[in-house]
Write a protein of this length. Structure first.
Length: 538
């Protein structure tokens, strides 16, 4: 196969897709049913790509048939519904170039209303994650000069659609994906006239990859912690040899790349990533740089854990995992030393490693799947919880008994019926929690539907202690005398909060059964529920 220069990016996308679909089998099993609604033939290329995942069924629905009652069951069972409509098929007369402004206004409004009706119909019968691909007009550019700016029609249509879609709809900018790989690589005249699919297989792969990533983002499935070396990563030079005054770090010259990397890392922090330092240095020297160097973008309060000493880095990464109470599989490690990178690969293969290189490393951070605006308050609370964990461990070491330790924390636990502002956080917890959970996963749409149905009760659990306010850490739901939902963050395990949640349930409800789905890590909760059920306390 000949590969043209503009296709290199697209080939990388295929390799990226291959990496993504093997990212985490546990999460991949959650995606069992996908529905694609389209006015082009997605079966030859797009559907097979989606079906590469084991146990995933994909149903293609022609857009003119989506209202047929036979498709409702597919919508109801779907985990993801993808809408991929092609503007050229909807408006073949757009090629004429003689359409006036009134015609464009009428057509834009008609498309807007049709998309609104489709979105309403789908959400009526499904709680799936709906992914909507915006229109592109690059098919016009194929016959135009390179400098052609196109017209504002497609932008107006896309803006109108976005105004009509429900807030929880995931929107994918198809024009961006095409621009990323190049127009020549994204379109295929052969596929268009033979299969009624005007795009290349490379673009189909890119769209599938983006859908997958958006699924991870919406469900909080991501690496959690970024572990950073310092020398020649956060600043240029060797601190122990050069001293703080001689390291390279600033807004220009040789220090610019390091400051820009810090700014990038800070953007990850504000999207919920835990930051930790793993450096072979003297701790006091490193802290001095964080506190006093004018070129530092990252500050001490942004770092949840400093593991700075002269021990080997695989040991220190394990210590960071213990101190933060997270799994090493959720960690990403950045270092400039090939030796350190290879050592971590050898002894901690579950840790994602990224060699520091200013020109090539940024693409590797796609292992993080992050929301654009997760909520500043929640991010700060989460980071404070991890950063202050060392103080809790110090208190625990000084206490003579477990009860003394719990009393010393001065815990405040609040359980209340859920309110709309909490839907997103509870949905995120059900997706991310694998230990203290009954295994039921919910989307925001599921939580909203449950809360609005009046068929059961949903509760939110918040936690604070003398060191930090962790905000929402758990949730549970009762429906038809059944414990239908139970989820508690791993951050607060070992403080008997799960017992407090179950006592709350016992005092208010007569539960006859519970729903449970095995996550591979939630056996302890199952044993607790079985014990309560056997003692007739449930």
């Amino acid at each position: 196969m000949k590969i043209f220069p503009q296709q290199n990016k697209a080939i990388d996308i295929i390799r990226k897709w291959d990496t993504v679909i093997t990212y985490d089998g546990e999460y991949m099993r959650n995606i069992q049913n996908i529905v694609v609604i389209s006015n082009i033939s997605v079966e030859p290329f797009f559907v097979p790509i989606l079906q590469e995942r084991e146990n995933t069924a994909v149903i293609a629905v022609p857009c003119q048939e989506y209202r047929q009652s036979g498709h409702r069951s597919s919508f109801k069972e779907a985990d993801i519904i993808i809408i991929w409509l092609n503007l050229e098929v909807l408006l073949p007369e757009i090629h004429s170039g003689v359409t006036d402004s009134r015609w464009k206004e009428e057509k834009a409004e008609k498309i807007r209303m049709s998309c609104r009706d489709m979105a309403k119909y789908i959400t009526l019968y499904s709680g799936a994650m709906v992914t909507w691909l915006l229109f592109e007009d690059y098919f016009l550019h194929l016959a135009m000069a390179t400098g052609h700016r196109g017209n504002s029609f497609v932008e107006k249509v896309n803006q109108g659609i976005q105004e009509e879609l429900p807030d929880e709809t995931v929107v994918i900018d198809l024009k961006y994906l095409i621009a990323e790989m190049g127009i020549g690589a994204a379109f295929s005249a052969k596929n268009k006239y033979r299969w009624n699919f005007p795009y290349s297989k490379l673009l189909a792969v890119a769209v599938a990859n983006e859908v997958q990533k958006q699924y991870f983002i919406e469900n909080g499935i991501s690496k959690k912690c970024l572990v950073l070396d310092c020398d020649n990563v956060l600043w240029g030079g060797i601190l122990s040899e050069d001293g703080m005054g001689s390291i390279r770090l600033g807004s220009s010259g040789l220090g610019l790349e390091y400051q820009e990397f810090q700014r990038f890392v800070l953007s990850l922090y504000y999207r919920g990533v835990i930051l930790a330092i793993c450096s072979k240095n003297d701790r006091t020297d490193v802290l001095r740089v964080f506190r006093e160097h004018s070129g530092m973008i990252l500050k001490e309060e942004h770092i949840a854990c400093f593991q700075v000493n002269w021990k080997n880095k695989t040991y220190n990464i394990r210590q960071i995992a213990v101190r933060l109470n997270i799994g090493t599989e959720s960690m990403v490690f950045v270092d400039d030393s090939p030796f350190e990178i290879e050592a971590v690969k050898a002894f901690l293969p579950e840790v994602t490693t990224i060699p520091y290189h200013r020109e090539t490393m940024y693409a590797a951070f796609s292992c993080f799947h992050l929301k654009e605006n997760p909520g500043y308050g929640e991010v700060v609370k989460r980071n404070d919880a991890y950063r202050t964990e060392v103080f809790r461990q110090e208190i625990k070491a000084k206490c003579d008994s477990y009860n003394e330790y719990l009393a010393a924390l001065e815990m405040k636990i609040d359980i209340h019926e859920i309110v709309p502002a909490e839907y997103g956080r509870i949905a995120e917890l059900t997706q991310r929690t694998n230990k203290c959970t009954n295994g039921v996963r919910c989307t925001v749409a599921n939580i909203r539907e449950w809360a609005d149905s009046m068929e059961g009760h949903l509760y939110t659990v918040t936690y604070a202690d003398k060191f930090s306010d962790m905000g929402i850490v758990g949730g549970f739901g009762i429906r038809d005398d059944k414990l239908a939902l139970f989820s508690l963050s791993c951050r607060v395990l070992g403080r008997e909060i799960e017992d407090e949640m179950l006592r709350y349930i016992q005092e208010r409800y007569r539960i006859t059964e519970y729903e449970f789905r095995d996550t591979g890590k939630n056996d302890n909760l199952k044993l607790l529920l079985e014990k309560l059920q056997g003692s007739r306390n449930f």
